[in-house]
Design a protein around this ligand. Structure first.
Ligand SMILES: NC(=O)c1ccc[n+]([C@@H]2O[C@H](COP(=O)([O-])OP(=O)(O)OC[C@H]3O[C@@H](n4cnc5c(N)ncnc54)[C@H](OP(=O)(O)O)[C@@H]3O)[C@@H](O)[C@H]2O)c1
Length: 283
């Protein structure tokens, strides 16, 4: 069955990411999430307290009964990767013939779990879409890689891409690229945080007070990203436009290259991609 703009969405494991999806979809005015209201959303969690919190904050239904997710058109698996097998086994127990689950699309945001692994935990022919989001999704500025499993229609994958497109940038990629996406945008916020930290500490070393140093470092990263996105100016051109001959920026960039900054970033992304592959193999 094709997904419609009035799809019912169950979010199993509404923690940090699950809540970001709820709040982002309710706020979104773009289709298809633009038509999603509280009536379309169901959170499934394991504590009553968390459910009460989500109900109060967003007016959505929330239950501790996983079997209620079986009536949803889209089931988002929002639990930690190590909990996914247990949740999917419980879903299968609640629907042993698979009759109720057959019409649902399962969306996994669990890092490192392949669509084939999730299909294997569900049933043959399960429609699985895998999404690799990142932390800025929590402020609707995410970067999400999206890929479909063997039994997914291309419309299913496009629909899920558009849902996540409401929370930043979302792009369909081949599943073989997911380790690279994980290493770039999944872990990327931590690289940027280290950059901010290093800039702050260096500025403190130059005599700036800690509060001003952190505020300016952060605003510089945010402002540069916004400038480049809004003016559609690439990194090479941005860099060139700041450098004047014999100026401060040239001196700084020379020092960065000499200290091995580009190699360090390459090594970081390669290490993260390697680790993502290893984790996928373990699961
Ligand atoms: N955070 C990120 O930046 C990020 C980025 C990319 C992908 N992801 C992926 O997103 C997923 C969620 O991460 P998160 O950071 O949102 O984790 P989280 O805050 O710990 O959320 C997980 C939620 O699942 C609930 N839960 C655990 N077992 C459950 C069960 N059996 N039935 C129903 N709910 C259950 C937890 O409840 P309790 O609070 O009671 O334990 C919690 O509310 C993970 O698979 C992660 O790989 C996260």
């Amino acid at each position: 069955m094709a997904l419609s703009h009035d799809a019912r969405i169950a979010i199993v494991g509404a923690g940090k990411m699950g809540e970001a999806l709820v709040s982002g979809w309710l706020d979104c005015s773009k289709p298809p999430a633009g038509t999603i209201g509280a009536r379309n959303l169901l959170a499934v969690n394991r504590s009553q307290e968390r459910c009460d919190q989500l109900r109060r904050a967003y007016g959505i239904a929330c239950t501790l009964d996983l079997s209620e997710a079986l009536s949803a058109d889209i089931v988002v698996i929002g639990v930690k990767p190590q909990v996914v097998p247990c949740v999917l086994a419980d879903l299968k127990r609640a629907d042993p013939t698979g009759d109720r689950m057959r019409s649902s699309v399962f969306v996994s945001i669990a890092a490192g779990l392949s669509t084939a692994a999730i299909e294997g935990m569900l049933f043959e022919g399960a429609r699985v879409v895998r999404v690799m989001p990142n932390m800025p999704l929590m402020v609707a500025q995410g970067a999400s890689g999206v890929c479909g499993g063997a039994a997914c229609a291309s419309e299913d994958v496009a629909f899920v891409r558009d849902l996540f497109g409401c929370l930043g940038v979302a792009q369909i990629v081949p599943e073989s690229d997911m380790d690279a996406v994980c290493a770039l945008s999944g872990s990327g916020p931590a690289y940027v945080a280290l950059m901010v930290e290093s800039m702050r500490d260096a500025a403190i070393g130059e005599g700036l007070d800690a509060e001003t140093a952190e505020r300016f470092a952060l605003q510089t990263v945010y402002g540069t990203a916004r400038y480049m996105l809004e003016r559609r100016i690439g990194p090479e051109q941005t860099r060139a436009s700041i450098c004047s001959p014999n100026g401060t920026t040239v001196a700084a960039l020379d020092a960065m290259v000499q200290a091995g900054f580009p190699e360090a970033v390459r090594a970081a992304v390669a290490a993260a991609a390697r680790r993502s592959k290893e984790l996928g193999n373990v699961q």
